[in-house]
Design a protein around this ligand. Structure first.
Ligand code: GTP
Ligand code: MG
Length: 341
């Protein structure tokens, strides 16, 4: 499913360095001459596409981007240093708006594409520039101009990389709360989630992915029971399905639940059922660790497959970070493979 990831940031270009007022003084040149150099230009701010980024989550942590000022000019006709430009990396497909005027400034759709978002200030002129036959000792200089400042709104259409599946109250929404900043409603009654939610999981700077939480499924969902099964279409473009299971129930019920979801999935769409799918035994905090180990073995044996099984508690967050890392690694490896084909 698609959703719009959004971030607002402020960009400030550097001010131009001022021109210098200076005169050369030497013994045999009683009056010397004007030798104040020009300032350097202020740094510009650019946005640049980086295909390794998937979301705008990094912009929630850093909101102000300021390029450096140009250096002032100096005596001896020395020019002030121009400041380096500031280049901010954004994901492919980012739309850039001026947040104050709502004007669309750019649509970054090509790898490596660069967009100037704040022009650096122009340098001031030193007094050496103003020397003329009628004025041999000008005291005039100009100041560097200010850099442009802007509030930007970045928007990105993101696709979920991972989809959550499970019966009502398995802890899907709790899981998305545990691993992302999303705050979908969690409650101890079935069908708490009525609409899909998305959460961005941030592993590290420039490393993030998107999870979709959908309403719970029950037996007969393919025939309309509960909230039906239509929501599964939101998972059609995800790469990995995470089947969240309430492990605090009787082991037989755990197996039954897993089979129910598998059955509904196959009924809905054979292709979806063949996607990579991992099992997550959730609510581990309710069980003794030994019992959890036994349950995990039993599930693995009964399903008789090499399906990956993780153990988590969305309440204590035990196992959630490991699982997030594993998902990120899997998604990145899969993406690389796709690109190589
Ligand atoms: N003890 C414990 N309770 C949990 C855990 N995860 C979720 N719960 C509880 O289980 C109940 C259901 O959690 P939700 O996250 O709303 O479940 P869901 O799968 O999103 O449910 P639906 O939206 O109805 O499909 C809530 O009361 C949660 O507090 C867990 O790891 N341990
Ligand atoms: Mg829910």
């Amino acid at each position: 499913m698609k959703f719009v990831d959004e971030a607002t940031i402020r960009v400030e270009a550097g001010k131009g360095g001022d021109g210098c007022l200076s005169f050369l003084r030497e013994k045999n040149l009683p009056k010397g001459g004007p030798d104040g150099g020009d300032g350097g230009d202020g740094g510009c701010v650019y946005l640049e596409v980086n295909e390794g980024l998937n979301t705008l989550v990094d912009f929630r942590h850093a909101r102000l981007y300021r390029a450096k000022n140009g250096m002032p000019g100096m005596g001896g006709d020395r020019i002030g240093k121009k400041s380096d430009d500031l280049v901010i990396k954004v994901p492919l497909g980012t739309l850039v708006y001026d947040d104050d005027t709502d004007e669309l400034i750019g649509d970054l759709v090509n790898e490596g594409e660069r967009l100037l978002v704040a022009q650096g200030g122009f340098h001031g002129l030193g007094n050496a520039r103003f020397k003329s036959s009628v004025n041999r000792a000008p005291r005039k200089t100009t100041q560097g101009t200010p850099g442009e400042e802007r509030n930007l709104r970045l928007e990105l259409q993101v696709l979920a990389d991972v989809g959550l599946l499970g019966i009502p109250s398995a802890g899907k929404s709790s899981f998305i709360r545990a691993v992302s900043a999303a705050t979908p409603k969690v409650a101890d009654y079935p069908f708490t989630t009525l609409y899909p939610n998305l959460g961005v999981v941030r592993i590290d700077t420039e490393k993030s992915f998107v999870i979709a939480d959908i309403p719970g499924l029950i037996e007969g969902a393919a025939d309309g029971a509960g909230l039906g099964i239509e929501f599964l279409r939101h998972l059609s473009r995800t790469n990995l399905l995470l089947h969240i299971v309430d492990a605090s129930q009787d082991p037989d019920d755990v197996i039954k639940d897993i089979r129910t979801i598998e059955g509904e999935l196959i009924k809905y769409d054979e292709k979806l059922s063949q996607k990579a799918r991992w099992l997550v035994l959730n609510k581990a905090d309710v069980l003794l660790p030994e019992l959890m180990d036994e349950l995990k073995d039993e599930v693995q044996k009964t399903l008789d497959s090499d399906i990956k099984i993780f153990v988590t508690s969305a309440v204590t967050r035990a196992g959630c970070q490991e699982l997030s890392y594993a998902m990120y690694d899997w998604i990145s490896a899969e993406k690389k493979e796709r690109e190589e084909v």
